[in-house]
Design a binder for this molecule. Structure first.
Ligand code: AMP
Length: 396
C-alpha cells in the first residue's frame, strides 16, 4: 500500500510517500514559498532535486508533488492511481475529533469549526485537503489530528479553573498537541517493553516541547493547553506563565494582547533567556564557552521538564517508563542526563554509556533503575500513514 502523507502549512507543504506496513519511504520532499513564487525540493534516497515551480496556491503545490512522483526520471510511481490514500496532518480537532477519520463534507465542516482554536494552522491544513480532493477526487483522504490522542484526558486534567461558561460556550479547555508523536512513541514503547498496561511519561523535546502522562496507552494529561504556548519553556515560546504578566506588559508598553502573545510565542523561551539562539546546539556551544545566559537557559529548561515529570509521576501515582523523543530528546545526551539527575529520588538511574547516543532507539537506564528510561525516535509521518491505512482498509 502507498500512502501519501501531507503536512500543509500556510506557505509550505511537506510530503512523504510511504508504505505503512514497513515504514519504507519511497520519496519525500517540501514545497516552499507557496503564494510567493514556489520551490519544490524532492528526495529519493540520497538523490535530491530542487525545482522552481510557480505555486500561486496549495493546489499547484499538490500538483507539483504529484507530477514529480510520476515523473519518468525523478518519480517513483507510474501513475497517481498507485497512491492508495492520502493522510493529512491537521493541527486542531477541538472537541469534535478524538481519533483520525476519513474526510467527507461533515469532517471538512467540523475542521472549519475548529479554526478559531487553530487560526494559524487549520486553514492551511484544509487547503491541503481541498487541493488533494480537487486533483485526486477518487483517492480517500484521512485527517489525523494533533489533538486527538489527548481526548482521553479526564476533566480534572483538561478543565481550566475559570467560569464554566467559557468551557460550555466557547470550548476553552486544555487540548494538548504533538498528539501524533505521543501516540507513536506510546505504541512503540509498548512494543519495546512487551506490555500494554504500564505508566509512562513521554518527553517530546524539540523546538516545540510537550510532555504527556500516559496510562495503558491512553493520555491522562499533557503540558500544552488550549494552544501550544503552555507547558515547559521551548525554543521561542515562554511555556506556562502567570496571565498577569500579559496585563502588566500590555499596560506598561501599550502593546495589544496579540502583540504580547506574539512576543511570548516567538521571542521568548530559551532564545530570550540565552539572548543567543533557540537552537539547543548553539546553547550547548555557548555553555561550553562559559556563556552564563546559555547556562541559565539550559538550566531553566531542564528544571521545568523535570518538574513536569515529577508532577506526572504523582498524577499517574507512579511511573514505569520515561521516554525521550524529538530533536533534543533524541539527540541530547547531556539534556537527558541533566533532566534525569533531578529524578534520582524516584529511583531513576541512567547508564551513562547507553545514554551516550544520538537518534537511536535505545534503553538508556541502568539495570537497577526503578524506572526504565528509553530514547524512542518519533515518526509522526509513519503514525499518520498507519492511521490512514487502518481506516481505509476498514472501510473497504
Ligand atoms: P525538532 O523540533 O524536533 O526538529 O527539534 C529541533 C531541536 O533539536 C533544535 O533545538 C536542535 O538544536 C535540537 N537538536 C537537533 N540535533 C541536536 C543535537 N545533535 N544535539 C542537541 N540538540 C539537537
Amino acid at each position: 500500500m502507498n500512502v501519501l502523507v501531507i503536512n500543509a502549512g500556510s506557505s509550505s507543504l511537506k510530503y512523504q510517500l510511504m508504505n505503512p506496513e514497513t515504514g519504507d519511504v519511497s520519496a519525500k520532499g517540501l514545497c516552499e514559498r507557496i503564494y510567493i513564487d514556489g520551490r519544490l525540493t524532492h528526495k529519493v534516497g540520497d538523490n535530491k532535486i530542487v525545482k522552481d515551480i510557480p505555486m500561486p496556491s496549495h493546489s499547484e503545490a499538490i500538483s507539483a508533488v504529484l507530477n514529480i512522483l510520476v515523473d519518468p526520471v525523478d518519480g517513483v510511481i507510474k501513475s497517481v492511481d498507485e497512491i492508495d490514500a492520502v493522510g493529512h496532518r491537521v493541527l486542531h480537532g477541538g472537541m469534535e475529533f478524538s481519533d483520525s477519520c476519513i474526510v467527507d463534507d461533515s469532517v471538512i465542516a467540523a475542521i472549519k469549526k475548529c479554526i478559531p482554536l487553530g487560526p494559524l494552522h487549520n486553514p492551511a491544513n484544509l487547503m491541503g485537503i481541498e487541493a488533494c480532493q480537487a486533483v485526486m477526487p477518487k483517492t480517500p483522504q484521512v485527517a489525523v489530528f494533533d489533538t486527538a490522542f489527548h481526548m482521553t484526558m479526564p476533566p480534572k486534567a483538561y478543565r481550566y479553573a475559570i467560569p464554566t461558561e467559557y468551557y460550555e460556550n466557547d470550548d476553552i479547555r486544555r487540548y494538548g498537541f504533538h498528539g501524533t508523536s505521543h501516540k507513536y512513541v506510546a505504541k512503540r514503547t509498548a512494543e519495546l517493553v512487551g506490555k500494554k498496561e504500564f505508566k509512562m511519561i513521554n518527553c517530546h523535546l524539540g523546538n516545540g516541547s510537550s510532555l504527556c502522562a500516559i496510562k495503558d496507552g491512553k493520555c491522562q494529561d499533557t503540558s500544552m493547553g488550549l494552544s501550544p504556548l503552555a507547558g515547559v519553556p521551548m525554543g521561542t515560546r515562554s511555556g506556562d506563565i502567570d496571565a498577569c504578566v500579559v496585563q502588566f506588559i500590555c499596560n506598561k508598553y501599550g502593546m495589544s494582547v496579540d502583540e504580547c502573545l506574539n512576543m511570548l510565542n516567538k521571542k521568548s523561551g530559551v532564545l530570550a533567556l540565552s539572548g543567543v539562539s533557540s537552537d539547543f546546539r548553539d546553547l550547548e556551544a555557548g555553555e561550553a564557552n562559559g556563556d552564563e545566559n546559555c547556562v541559565l537557559a539550559l538550566q531553566k529548561f531542564f528544571y521545568e521538564v523535570a518538574k513536569y515529570i515529577g508532577s506526572y509521576a504523582a498524577a499517574l501515582n507512579g511511573v514505569d517508563v520515561i521516554t525521550f523523543t524529538a530533536g533534543v530528546g533524541e539527540n541530547g545526551p547531556s539534556t537527558r542526563a541533566a533532566i534525569c539527575s533531578y529524578l534520582e529520588f524516584m529511583g531513576v538511574k541512567l547508564d551513562p554509556e547507553a545514554n551516550n547516543c544520538r537518534g537511536k532507539e535505545r534503553l538508556i537506564s541502568a539495570p537497577d533503575s526503578k524506572v526504565q528510561v528509553w530514547v524512542v525516535p518519533t515518526n509522526e509521518e509513519l503514525m499518520i500513514a498507519q492511521d490512514t491505512a487502518e481506516l481505509v482498509n476498514a472501510a473497504k
